[in-house]
Structures are given as structure tokens and as C-alpha cells.
Design a binder for this molecule. Structure first.
Ligand SMILES: Cc1cc2nc3c(=O)[nH]c(=O)nc-3n(C[C@H](O)[C@H](O)[C@H](O)COP(=O)(O)O)c2cc1C
Length: 175
């Protein structure tokens, strides 16, 4: 399966570590790519709708050009993000918004995985982000393969619970 990991944290911290646990357990048969979207030059959608005249083409000439190809070709999209102000990072949200230019069939029927980290230990902290992905899944007929949330990692020196990392590994193995 072609798996594309859209890693939304601007740091090399807990979210990236969670991705690493997930990736290390994936079978060799998968084709895996990870893009650290916050390290890319990706602007927000301008809402100009020029892409409705020329589908799959965005007027903005930034790093989203290459990423649109990868997203179109992926069978499984992994969305990885720390919780920022009750949602996903603005960098990852910008990637989603920019998918507006893709024809629906390029976004439809994907498998998805969600990997979240948060400072809060409260499991409900991911509820708004989950609600957003629930809506997208309904709209694009995505199939959610799994969700891992690593709570309680506010500082860089905090450590993700081993059971969280094990859950990410088990999810990777199950694919
Ligand atoms: C700008 C900002 C906003 C944050 N907002 C929240 C929040 O709303 N809820 C929460 O639980 N943690 C929040 N956090 C903490 C991060 O979710 C947490 O530290 C996460 O593990 C950071 O991921 P990283 O190590 O991959 O950078 C916030 C952190 C930052 C920098």
C-alpha cells in the first residue's frame, strides 16, 4: 500500500517520535513516504477557485505542487499532529485546505490513520480535531484504520508513554 505520512509538527519532537514508532513496524511491502509539512513552504488556500477552471492545478507555486501529486497517489494518508489550540497545527490544516484544488476522485476512498500528541492528559482534548476528521471522512468516504493519541507531553523533556508507542507499533503492524 502507498502510505503518505503528513507530519504536522514544526519540531522534531513527540509527534515525529510517534510517527517513527508507527513506521518502524510497517511491513516492507508498503511504500512509505513522510513529509514534514511544517518544514515546507506551503501557504494557505486563497479561496480564488481558479482550480475550478483548471482542476488539480493551484495558482500558488509553492511546495504544495509536489505534495498534491503525492496525496493524489497515496492509498493511505496518515495525519500526524500535535494539538495546538484545540486543533491540528496550522501547517497541516493548510495542506488540507490546499487539497481543495484536487478533483474529488483524487481524495476519495483513501484509508486514513490519525496520530496525535498533546500537552493535556485529558483524552477529550483531541475531540475537536477528531470531529474535523470525522466530517472529512464522511465527505470523502475515507476509511479510518486507527488512531493513536499520546497525551501529557507538554515539554520537549517529557516522554511519550511506552504504551502509546506500542499502540503506534501495533497499528503499523496491522496494516
Ligand atoms: C502553540 C501551541 C499550542 C498548544 N495548544 C495545546 C492545546 O490546545 N492542548 C494541549 O493539550 N496541548 C497544547 N499544546 C502542547 C502540544 O500539543 C504538545 O506539547 C505536543 O506534544 C507538541 O508536539 P511536538 O513535540 O511534536 O512538537 C500546544 C503547544 C503549542 C506550541
Amino acid at each position: 500500500m502507498k502510505i503518505l505520512i503528513l507530519q504536522g509538527s514544526p519540531t522534531n519532537g513527540h509527534t515525529k517520535a510517534l510517527c517513527a514508532s508507527f513506521i518502524e513496524s510497517l511491513a516492507d511491502c508498503h511504500e512509505v513516504k513522510q513529509v514534514d509539512v511544517a518544514k515546507k513552504n506551503i501557504h494557505g488556500c486563497l479561496g480564488c477557485d481558479m482550480c475550478k477552471q483548471t482542476p488539480n492545478v493551484c495558482v500558488q507555486q509553492d511546495d504544495m505542487i509536489g505534495l498534491l501529486q503525492k496525496i493524489s497517489g497515496a492509498e493511505c494518508l496518515v495525519f500526524a499532529s500535535p494539538i495546538y489550540f484545540a486543533g491540528i497545527t496550522s501547517q497541516l490544516k493548510a495542506v488540507l485546505d490546499r487539497c481543495h484544488c484536487l478533483e474529488k476522485d483524487r481524495m476519495q476512498n483513501k484509508k486514513t490513520v490519525l496520530l496525535f500528541t498533546s500537552g493535556s492528559v485529558d483524552e477529550t482534548v483531541i475531540a475537536p480535531a477528531l470531529a474535523m476528521f470525522d466530517k472529512l471522512q464522511e465527505h470523502f468516504h475515507w476509511t479510518m484504520l486507527g488512531l493513536v493519541h499520546g497525551p501529557g507531553v507538554h515539554r520537549a523533556s517529557d516522554v511519550l508513554n511506552v504504551s502509546v508507542l506500542a499502540k503506534a507499533q501495533a497499528l503499523g503492524q496491522s496494516l
